[in-house]
Design a protein around this ligand. Structure first.
Ligand code: SF4
Ligand code: FES
Length: 334
């Protein structure tokens, strides 16, 4: 068997290893042709196949069997075949289906972005912005849940959950014992901590980073600020439990929150421990590496900055300080 498989996605050819999924083949090409993914998470084994946002059209099955696949397929769960041709953004059928998926995901999801901590870095918000319809056709009452504290640092707001299972995989694979999972089925499904037990182990905070919506939030950061008013800075420390490589989110001099470093698909590069996440919120706990590069399409880039400090030339020169007053005030406010 050949150790290379040739496939094309939206007309762009790519060679990948056998067993690669269509989604990961698309990620090797990168850019707009990469399907969105709300439940797949490259660092979590077995994730994917729950949300259907990554649906694509296989217009040619393979070189050996060129028949198209009869239905759209979940790209995170379908492996490529040699000669396969896939359509994502070039297929009107896929775009229409994705619009339908967004409508389904939003059936029970509240439109509370103005008060949600995830706003500005929410995958569902981005998806709804790109594919959502202006109105819902849903006429029934939405599911509502009371907020649940999962320990003293994490809050679950089940009303916003899209049942992607990522947090369950974190509990299963990253922490030492799982006391949290999905109960019931269909419209009654809910994330449960099995009678509200605290997830009190060193890696439980990672459920916050993997949640694609605002269902699991950091209680030490809740309502403190909008993410686009904070400044992300890369930093590290010697940690005996995790890699110690994080992003610090500053407002002025204060570290408001600590998260794992996320890649271009919003997935953490490495999981971090609760000590780094919740207990190290002073600048002198960390070795600062520099400002985090933020894509200019991200809402966080609205407060774009290129350096951590005032340029020395301005610092030393009163006239320059005066003429840059407004800019500098804005800088210190961020
Ligand atoms: S709480 Fe978040 S991570 Fe967990 S299943 Fe719901 S949406 Fe997914
Ligand atoms: S990312 Fe493929 S089904 Fe959710």
């Amino acid at each position: 068997m050949s150790d290379i498989v040739k496939v094309s996605i939206d007309g762009i050819p790519v060679e990948v290893a056998p067993g690669t999924t269509i989604l990961n083949a698309a990620r090797q090409i990168g850019g707009d042709i990469v399907p969105p993914a709300m439940c797949y998470y490259s660092k979590l084994e077995g994730s994917g196949g729950k949300c259907r946002t990554c649906l694509v059209k296989v217009s040619k099955g393979s070189e050996k069997d060129p028949r198209p696949m009869p239905k759209l397929v979940a790209s995170c769960r379908t492996t490529v075949m040699d000669g396969m041709e896939v359509q994502n953004i070039t297929s009107a059928e896929v775009i229409e289906a994705r619009k339908g998926i967004v409508e389904i995901l939003l059936l029970n999801h509240p439109l509370d972005c103005p008060v949600c901590d995830q706003a500005g870095e929410c995958s569902l918000q981005d998806l709804a912005y790109e594919h959502g319809a202006a109105k819902t056709r849903y006429e029934f009452e939405r599911r509502k849940f009371e907020r649940i504290d999962i320990g003293d640092k994490i809050q679950l707001h089940m009303t916003r959950c899209i049942l992607c299972y990522r947090c369950v995989f974190v509990a299963d694979q990253i922490t030492d014992h799982r006391i949290h999972g999905i109960l019931n089925r269909g419209d009654h499904s809910e994330i449960s901590t099995y009678i509200h037990k605290a997830v009190d182990n060193d890696f439980s905070g990672n459920v916050i980073d993997v949640c694609p919506v605002g269902a699991l939030t950091d209680k030490t950061f809740r309502f403190k600020n909008r993410v686009w008013f904070t400044k992300p800075v890369e930093a590290h420390r010697d940690c005996d439990k995790c890699c110690g490589k994080v992003t610090l989110w500053y407002k002025g001099e204060d570290v408001l929150r600590v998260t794992g470093r996320k890649d271009v698909y919003g997935e953490v590069e490495e999981f971090i421990c609760n000590t780094c996440r919740f207990e190290k919120k002073r600048t002198d706990d960390w070795v600062i590496e520099g400002p985090r590069n933020v894509s200019n399409t991200s809402v966080i880039s609205s407060n774009h900055y290129g350096s951590l400090h005032q340029p020395p030339v301005i610092k030393k020169n009163l006239a320059l300080q005066e003429s840059n007053k407004e800019q500098l005030e804005r800088y210190t406010r961020l």
